[in-house]
Design a protein around this ligand. Sequence first.
Ligand code: SF4
Length: 93
Amino acid sequence: MTTNRQYLFLLNLCPFVLCVNLQKICVNLSLESMPKVNKETCIGCGTCESICPEVFKIGDDGKAEVLPADYTALKDKIKEAADSCPVDAISAE
Ligand code: SF4
């Protein structure tokens, strides 16, 4: 039998567990929409960085790299960057 004290514990715990699980779902969804740069084909022109600097940056190797960001919120700019890449090095959902 569950006591009042146990109910209080469960009530306090529940929102935390729910929040952690929602965060995991959000991270997974965000990672699913994470764009990828093919460094073999990237020529380091900087077009993607100029269109969407929140996500793309030219790294020390002279190639574009993907920064941590809210990819879902930036999906339109990411798509524009991918469409503008002269060598189709960016794959995006
Ligand atoms: S637009 Fe394409 S080729 Fe230019 S830096 Fe970005 S990924 Fe590389």
